[in-house]
Design a protein around this ligand. Structure first.
Ligand code: XIL
Length: 307
């Protein structure tokens, strides 16, 4: 390669990227992925990717991501088992009992399919309500919560029972320490631990921007508190909207990596896409590490220097 690879300087930290099979036919995209040693599927391993039709499990796209990761020597991270957003209509419209059974069945069949292959899965995604103000926590009033009030406990307990060695994560956004919601997410996770719900880690999505981002002390302190709870932390979906402010974007990426490196329980650092134009935010936000030609941007070298 014409440039140094992040993975060669990361030591024990996994440096990862969200990939999408719809780009695998692009040679430059494949080459850029070699900077990383962990992959997550942007969409292919979600319930919408695996079980578009009720009870018809199709692992083709998730498998294709997994196989590409193995081909490139990358570890694979599972995302995500239970989520309220972007779900097939059969799942959203199921009655309570059907939905409860579907939650158990989806987790069971998916974890069994990847047994011994995927070490960590996001079991529940985005269950804390956006209006949570840092005092205690409020759960999102989603169809999941309305129809199966204890779906979170069921999800984690099922996952632990089916696959005792898989690391079970809770993953959420606005969880990075600069907004009141992140304190509620902490309270929610601490409550899971206190109630002995089987959880091993927390995923901080880290969709931030030049304008709205944690300081180093905020993110470092927060990760440290999760470590004290006995949990592993992954930065799972990092992207930073540029908003015309290069120094603030650099700060956001740098603080995330520095805080992860400063806390021994932070074991993975993943960005949510390869090139800027692959981003779910659209290419205009210039939120990722590679440009549209899959060449590393200056921010890539900044992170390399930190490692
Ligand atoms: C996004 C994908 O990037 C999009 O392609 C898809 O249309 C919707 O989901 N939080 C998550 C991710 O946990 O799964 C989301 O990914 C981004 C926000």
């Amino acid at each position: 390669s014409a440039y140094d690879l992040l993975k060669d300087f990361a030591g024990d930290l996994k440096v990862g990227v969200a990939a999408n099979t719809n780009r695998f036919n692009n040679g430059n995209y494949n080459n850029a992925m070699k900077a990383f040693n962990m992959m997550v599927a942007e969409n292919g391993c979600k319930l919408s990717g695996i079980q578009q039709q009720k009870g018809v499990y199709n692992f083709n796209d998730c498998d294709a991501h997994y196989n590409k990761a193995k081909e490139l020597g990358m570890e694979f991270r599972g995302h995500c088992l239970i989520w309220h957003a972007y779900q097939p209509s059969w799942f959203e419209n199921a009655d309570s009992n059907t939905l409860k059974n579907a939650i158990v069945d989806h987790i069971t069949k998916t974890l069994q399919h990847y047994e011994g292959k995927i070490k960590a899965w996001d079991v529940v995604n985005e269950a804390v309500d956006d209006s949570s103000n840092g005092q205690g926590f409020m759960l999102r009033n989603s169809f999941l919560r309305q129809k199966v009030p204890n779906f979170i406990d069921i999800a984690f307990e099922t996952a632990r029972k089916v696959s005792p060695n898989t690391k079970l994560f809770y993953n959420d956004y606005n969880a990075e320490g600069h907004l009141p919601k992140s304190e509620s997410i902490y309270n929610f996770v601490a409550d899971l631990k206190k109630r002995n719900i089987p959880i091993d880690g927390v995923g901080l999505q880290y969709h931030v921007s030049s304008q709205s981002q944690p300081t180093f002390n905020q993110i470092n302190g927060l990760i440290g508190r999760y470590c004290k709870l006995g949990l592993e932390v992954h930065i799972t979906e990092l992207d930073v909207k540029l908003q015309g402010n290069q120094s603030r974007q650099t700060e956001a990426f740098s603080n995330a990596l520095k805080a992860c490196l400063a806390n021994s329980c932070c074991k993975a650092f993943l960005v949510w896409g390869v090139g800027d134009s692959d981003s779910w935010l659209g290419g205009n936000e210039q939120a990722l590490l590679f440009n549209n030609n899959y060449q590393p941007k200056p921010i890539y070298n900044t992170l390399l220097d930190i490692l």
